[in-house]
Design a protein around this ligand. Sequence first.
Ligand code: ATP
Ligand code: MG
Length: 352
Amino acid sequence: TTSSTTPLRIGILDGDDIGLEIVPASVEISRAAAELHGVTIDWHPLPIGRTALDTHGHTLPPETLATLKTLDGFILGPIGHRAYPKVPNAINPHPILRKDFNLFANVRPTRSYPGIGCLYDDVDLVIVRENNEGFQPDRNMLLGNAEFRPNDEVTLSMRVISRTGSRRVAKAAFELARQRRKHLTYVHKDTVFKLGCGMFVEECKKLAAEYPDVRVDDVIVDTMAMRLVRDPQSFDVVVTTNMFGDILSDEAAGLVGGLGMAPGLCIGDGDIVMAQATHGSAPDIAGRGIANPYAMMESTRMMFDWLGHSRRNEGAVRMAASMSRAITEALGDATARTGDVKGKGNTASMTA
Ligand code: ATP
Ligand code: MG
């Protein structure tokens, strides 16, 4: 096999609030790991969010989008768009980023670590959440809003499920299952949503035939909510539609110490990946240096591991492995880790 030494081109998008703390922390540990393994990275800090509104008059400046299109991957800090001023260029960048880069699968791992207040000490599962349709479809799919109010008494919310969308997210999950314990659970409610969930289920079943090495089962979403609490150890890779995945992944995070422990990697057709923690910008704790950087760091590690494999960059794979060891070690040290996970440290001590 050949190994690439082409520099990885990586964007740094701090986001808002605690993003300004946890993204630099994630870049810092990445730089250290890259140096250790001789990996060349071209870093591209790019304006986004509230700071970009101040400096560039737009929360997603055109120059940011243009540069992103030339990159291998980027780190996206949490976005606090609900607190943006009500001006035309203060948009939520998320839907545009997901659509422009076709990031249809949101890979969200949940893993137990000792001593940090996990409800179980042996959880190791990954939820793959469909990212571009469901109740939060691209505006283009519906040629407008997914919700509307025909009269003051009634609101209609539309959920989009497509064959292509279902198949591609399920395929990403099957591929992941193949690299893990070869067990895939698809979650739905086709008992009620016969057409929408039904289509998702059909596509999962078709793919199951193409992955005979992967053990496949299915669970109805309400049962899943219960089983995640009672026997989360029985899951390896879980794939589901957008909103079910949103809710279940926060539930899963609750099993292992909360939102600070919930990383994510958004993947699509393979050209570019986006490291994005599951949690929001946590304005309540911003600026105090106490945010848990785990989720952002682990998302970043997943990005380098992914790029290491997809770009045949063996250094990046080793780099990700080093980051994993370091993150695990820091989490194991109560003086280093943050207060939300039973530590006495802060963002800086965890990073150090
Ligand atoms: P969003 O709508 O963007 O998902 P949210 O309302 O779910 O946002 P978050 O910003 O995700 O809210 O955070 C909820 C709470 O969890 C925060 O107020 C904060 O106390 C805690 N929290 C979230 N992320 C972290 C973190 N990295 N470290 C420590 N605490 C966190
Ligand atoms: Mg949330």
